[in-house]
Ligand binder design. Sequence first.
Ligand SMILES: Cc1ncc(COP(=O)(O)O)c(C=O)c1O
Length: 416
Amino acid sequence: MNGSTVDTRVIDANLSYLPFTRPTHQAFTINYPTIPAGHPIWQVPTPALMMTPRKAVTNYQTIQRAFPDAIVGYTVKSNPNPMLLDAISRVEDSWFEVASRAEVEALHKLGVNGDRIFYSNPVKQISHIQTAVKHGVRLFAFDSESEIDKLAAFDLPLEVYVRMTVPHTGALWPLTHKFGVEPHRAVELMKLAQERGLRPVGMSFHVGSQCIRPETWADALRAVAPAWAEARSQGIDLDLIDMGGGFPAQYTGPVPKPTDVAKAVNRVLHECVPGARRLLLEPGRGVSATTTDMVLEVTGIADRPDGQTWLYLDGGVFSGLYEIPDGIRPSVRPIVSEPRPINMTTYRLAGPTCDSVDTLFEMRSPCELKVGDRLVLKNCGSYVYGVGSPFNGFPVPEVYESSEWTIDMDEFTGMC
Ligand SMILES: Cc1ncc(COP(=O)(O)O)c(C=O)c1O
């Protein structure tokens, strides 16, 4: 790809030492591959999220197979689109992790009831707990006394697990500051929960999202081990360990597989949390990221005084791509319909709104781009759908099932 248009001056210079008449050269051009104007990708109204729900099933089952003894609760917040929830709900032994009333209700509409749901948001609104309890949810996370008050008020033997703080080395987003307690506090809270009629059954943690270091899960188990031992020695009968999410998605580089995480976990699991018969997982990104690609159109190009060429798109940070400024970088496939020479060109991508935070990243395109060209941003299935807002009057991306457009999104592999 780096060849670009052949520069005949360079060829001439290299041949100049040869003792024969210089050949005449004809410059030739290598074109960037086109996607013909008749291809359905050109018909999709942008900004669009092209979803392939079966990929969620494949990803989900890959995690199930890596952890055959675990209850795998798909984390609804990572992509609550009903097509995706429906696909996962049909997988044998599928469970869901929720954080709000709306997520419980969305699952209920699909026929998923509380016996396949656990509620891992450690701080909940009472009305949301009410809805969850009404739909049969009986497993709740907590990490404060006020949460014990809320849960105990239901006068039911609800099972509760305490959210722990753990190391987050290798994770792009540490999630351990906002929630979680240290070992000594965990034991105090579990005793209190027991006194208040709740059933403390275990502990949960989250190593942080997009965690590329399998050993971090093992470190987390080592971190919770003292509290686990102390609680059991005080007669609290723990049998559940919830190891959260964090399974990474492949954006621009290789990432560990669920089996790599399982290997790290299995080495220490029984030693750190003896008697943990129920192993829970809460993957979000690792299930949903690869299900969906975003299709955007180029709406403007401008050279700016900073020396950069800016490429404006009809979707950006406010279309749900809010993780990009924090480090998520989807790979991109430029889509052009007419032949254009290979010519590596750097663009700074920006969304359509007037807000300067609405800028994405720098991209090296294999050819020059024009208004009306399209970009496919790969693997935008997590924390994008449901996040977008119509700020500044720009529509949130519509979701389409790729098969309904007879488009195989794998045809568009990311290249820059
Ligand atoms: C409680 C809880 N569980 C699971 C997840 C899913 O994490 P991930 O998408 O990294 O797998 C999150 C993400 O924020 C979370 O807060």
